[in-house]
Design a protein around this ligand. Sequence first.
Ligand SMILES: Cc1cc2nc3c(=O)[nH]c(=O)nc-3n(C[C@H](O)[C@H](O)[C@H](O)COP(=O)(O)OP(=O)(O)OC[C@H]3O[C@@H](n4cnc5c(N)ncnc54)[C@H](O)[C@@H]3O)c2cc1C
Length: 354
Amino acid sequence: MNIDFLIIGQGLAGSLLAWELIARGCTVFIIDNGNENASQVAAGLINPITGMRFVKAADIDYLLPAAKQSYQQLANFFQQDFFIEKPMLRRFGSETEYNNAQKRLLEPAYQPYLGRLHKTQHKTGYFTAPQGFIEQKQTGYLLTQPLLNCLKDFFIAKSCYRQTCFNAEAIQFAPTLQWQDIKPKQIIFCEGYHAKQNPWFSWLPFQLAKGEILTLEHAHDLPDNLLNYGNWLIPLNSRHLRIGATFDHKHINININITEQAKTELLNALTLINADFAKANCIKQQANIRPCTLDKHPFIGRHPHHQQLAIFNGFGAKGSLQIPWYSKQFAHALLNHSPIPANIERYYATHFLG
Ligand SMILES: Cc1cc2nc3c(=O)[nH]c(=O)nc-3n(C[C@H](O)[C@H](O)[C@H](O)COP(=O)(O)OP(=O)(O)OC[C@H]3O[C@@H](n4cnc5c(N)ncnc54)[C@H](O)[C@@H]3O)c2cc1C
């Protein structure tokens, strides 16, 4: 089988890159091992303003419109919504946070993303906020699992998907690039954290971070806002919510087991903001690993010695926001030999030992 691109991994990165390449008329084949991946576990949150200082990421002004446009295009194609835009209430943990938010409200660049500021001691029926809270705009979450299911069915219908484990050691380079019966012009690895085991790209400085997330059932009505209280809360409907996520750089060892420690940590933080949540019933706990990177930028580009091998990875904790824009740019670069964004060339000299 002769094709343009063989894509390894059907997480959000591999799926959206394949979608963009197919839209540009390329022949694509996707391989995935079928295991639960980080994209399926992720909450899919998009939050333009983060941290104690309420910083707007420099790239948000082009990443966010690209993400909204891609998810709307996919919604139109599959006739169902994937990106759920909902305001977020950001609870202050200290007076300093309140003061920082107040300053940001005066900056014109922040006005599209920030709403009303609520004073200290303000009470809501939903959560306690002794230091107050602020409303955030242009926040929301991606329903990643339904999106990936639709894309998988789409790839299967086009006969360009196979569920199997790709063994990168078995790639033949001569007389032409080949893996089993497939002869691609290029192979693009979109393997998430599994890249650490890839013989061609494991030299890249990943800083993997395990995360755990809970789905709860609650007897009382939930308001229709996202909530950020250090952790986040997403009301899925009037009775079900997701909370998360832990962030663990240390106990990785490619271990995606769920832990009692993470469950306790997440539930304790939740009951601190509303004791009533102690009655909520935990119906699901999931864990997976974020493909975070040393410099917090994605890893995109070609292998230094084998230009037919490329990587599209390193979207860390921001896959839902970043992957749409980067998949459009990378698809364009692959077809037009234009500059590759977040190019791994930046690590050739310091990390690739040959
Ligand atoms: C608990 C948690 C919460 C998160 N919350 C958010 C959030 O709120 N917002 C956000 O934007 N991001 C969030 N993330 C991060 C997000 O999940 C990632 O940025 C994104 O999913 C990465 O997508 P990916 O396609 O690169 O990797 P993955 O989704 O892991 O996909 C990689 C795929 O490749 C397959 N694969 C790998 N190697 C092989 C092989 N050799 N052969 C066959 N198949 C292979 C894997 O099985 C997998 O299906 C969260 C992550 C976690 C773990």
